[in-house]
Design a protein around this ligand. Sequence first.
Ligand code: ZN
Length: 179
Amino acid sequence: MKVCIDAGHGGKDNGAAGTTVAEKWIALDVARRVAEKLRNSAIEVVLTRDEDYFVELAERANISNNAGADIFISIHCNSADESARGTEVWIYPGEKEDRRLAEDILRRLVERTGFRDRGVKEENFAVLRLTRCPAALVELGFISNPQEEQIMKTFDYQDQASTAIVEGIKAYAGISEPV
Ligand SMILES: [Zn+2]
């Protein structure tokens, strides 16, 4: 099995701004940890970026499609007002396989991080539309909420969140050994 991990934004595209860190850095940190844990489970990984550089949305899907990935996971942080909080996972509208994947990941993220469960949501995002395999876009938490921003920067949070994402991927794929 091969999994494509997509760290949102990068390079000139900072993503959403927190008070001390930009979205692109948390996305990259968590993506790297997910990749490491997948590789430790002998699952092949492709990263759309492994450093701080810009990648077009269509190119992210191309990387996944060209690699023949079986699962695509995009990692982001949310942004709204200071009080918004919680985790949500986005899928392409009406895709049943995407929904199963998203639910497997979201449930474990909520259990492991204690962040509020905002549910699985549907949207016609480019990376979800253009990828040919089951795909989900994870909004870890709100970087616009100073409390969630602080938590998402910590080793402990990133370790738990990445473990949850890997557990969700393995549950979806029917792989049973622990992370
Ligand atoms: Zn984003």
